[in-house]
Ligand binder design. Structure first.
Ligand code: DGY
Length: 326
């Protein structure tokens, strides 16, 4: 008998075909937004779940779904998982590292450029018919090449952004991370470790690429923004909740920093009205990894984790491998 698997979100049809070769598949192809109670109901009797960052897996759900053995997230971030609760319940968690690194770094850099050079703000102005004539200071933004790029969180994606900045744009790259990179990796990234205080004070452009956790919640708030240069820009491609959106909107209004580029939001898909009211912020709907090639690679890796574990006993990218030892 094939194991039962729930695909909790819409996904490429080819992924459903691939899973159906190994599993009895129940799919949410209409992308119905399930409440936690509905998700729990849908998961009854399922051994596996294909999830994304929008699907919360916590202790309450796990207690009500004793047959569940694996949740395969189609995302590198996994703050939608209560990993401790999953480990305690003996449920394997997997994510999709590596396959999205370069695409996400490309987007981080694109958002930095759009923010610094005021691309969306000036396009809105043009479309609104407000462009009367060339002016010496029309949408004058911040220099990118040769400026100082600060990176908070220096995992694979942070390193990709550092390389683009250092080697492509001649930027001085500084970073802060709990653990320092080894000297060879620092050299390859053209990056230098600094304290968080120095990072905030020194950089011209700050990019956030750290994972969300209780420790990183609102780690950029009013106090941190006040330490940045009034000409600085801030880009968040990590997770909503890392930045205090209300404090950021206040800083953008007051000119504490010059501009921001945000791909993620606390409470997304709702965006705080204070941010929507700011002209000096570029807003995108959590699309940093969104090329078809990369999203396909993420979906295949999540599916391969389900197949690897439920069929062969060997997942590809486990987050809590201690579950396998039991
Ligand atoms: C990730 O992979 O974590 C992206 O944010 C998509 O959810």
């Amino acid at each position: 008998m094939k194991p039962d698997v729930l695909v909790a979100v819409t996904v490429f049809p080819e992924i459903l075909d691939k899973l159906a070769r190994h599993f009895e598949v129940t799919a949410n192809q209409d992308d119905v937004p399930w409440t936690p109670a509905e998700l729990t109901q849908q998961l009854q009797g399922m051994q596996g779940a294909f999830t994304t960052g929008t699907v919360r897996i916590d202790a309450r759900l796990l207690a009500a779904c004793p047959q569940l053995k694996i949740c395969a997230n189609m995302a590198v971030g996994y703050n939608n998982f209560d990993l401790d609760a999953m480990t305690a319940a003996g449920v394997l968690a997997t994510n999709t590292p590596d396959v999205l690194t370069e695409t996400t770094a490309d987007f981080g850099f694109a958002l930095l450029m759009a923010t610094a050079r005021r691309i969306t703000e000036s396009e809105h102005f043009l479309r609104a018919g407000q462009w009367g004539r060339w002016r010496y200071d029309l949408f004058a933004g911040a220099e990118v090449h040769g400026s100082t790029l600060g990176i908070l969180g220096m995992g694979r994606i942070g390193q990709g952004i550092a390389k683009r900045g250092a080697h492509g744009f001649g930027m001085k790259v500084i970073y802060h991370n709990r653990s320092r990179l080894d000297p060879a990796t620092e050299a390859a990234c053209g990056a230098r470790w600094v304290s968080k205080a120095e990072l905030l004070k020194t950089c011209d452009h700050l990019v956030l690429v750290l994972p969300y956790s209780a420790d990183s919640h609102h780690c950029i708030g009013a106090a941190e923004l006040a330490q940045m240069k009034p000409t600085a820009t801030l880009v968040n491609i990590a997770r909503g909740g890392i930045v205090d959106d209300v404090a950021l909107a206040a800083a953008l209004r007051a000119g504490t920093i010059a501009a921001a580029g945000l791909d993620v939001f606390e409470g997304e898909p709702t965006v705080h009205p204070d941010l929507l009211a700011c002209h000096n912020v570029v807003l995108t709907p959590h699309i940093a990894s969104a090329t078809l090639t990369t999203r396909r690679a993420m979906a295949h890796l999540a599916a391969d984790n389900l197949i690897g574990f439920l069929v062969h006993g060997q997942p590809l990218t486990p987050l809590n491998p201690q579950v396998l030892a039991v």
